[in-house]
Design a protein around this ligand. Sequence first.
Ligand code: ATP
Length: 141
Amino acid sequence: MADALPIRIQLRIVTPDRELVEGEVNEVSIPGKEGYLGVLPGHAPLLTELHSGMLTYRQDEMDFHIAIHWGFAEVLPDRVIILADTAERAEDIDVDRADRARHRAEKRLEHPSEDEAEIQEAREALRRAICRLETARHAKS
Ligand code: ATP
C-alpha cells in the first residue's frame, strides 16, 4: 500500500545566530529566487535559493510572517528547512531602525560612488529595509 500523504509540515527556520521557528504548520509561502513558492504537505522535494522577502506560514488557522534575507530552503514532503542569513518575525522588527536603514540606502543610491560593489551593497540594504517595513505591517498587535 502507498504511504499516506503527510497532513502537516515540520517547519524549521534558522539563521547563523538562532532558531526562529520549529514546529508543525499547515502551509508555507517561501520567497524563492524565482518567485514565491507555496508549499503544502506532500510537496515534491526541492532545494531553492531564497530571495529577500516575506515568508508566511499558517498554523492553526493563523498566519505568521517573517522577513527573511537570502539563504536556502529545502522542501521535503513533510518538512521545510529554511537556512536564512537573517530573519525577523514581523512583531520583532524595529520599524524606526528599518526606516533609517532605508533612508541611508536611498541616500547612497542618490549619489552613487563609482564602486559597483558599494552600489550593490546599497541596493541590498534597501531591499532588506523595504522587506522589513512591509513585513512589519503584518505584525499582530
Ligand atoms: P542596520 O543598518 O539597521 O543594521 P542591516 O540591514 O545592515 O540594518 P543586517 O546586517 O541585515 O542589518 O542584520 C544585522 C542583525 O540585526 C540581524 O540579526 C538582523 O536580524 C537584525 N536586524 C536588522 N535590522 C533590524 C530591524 N529593523 N529590526 C529587527 N532586527 C533587525
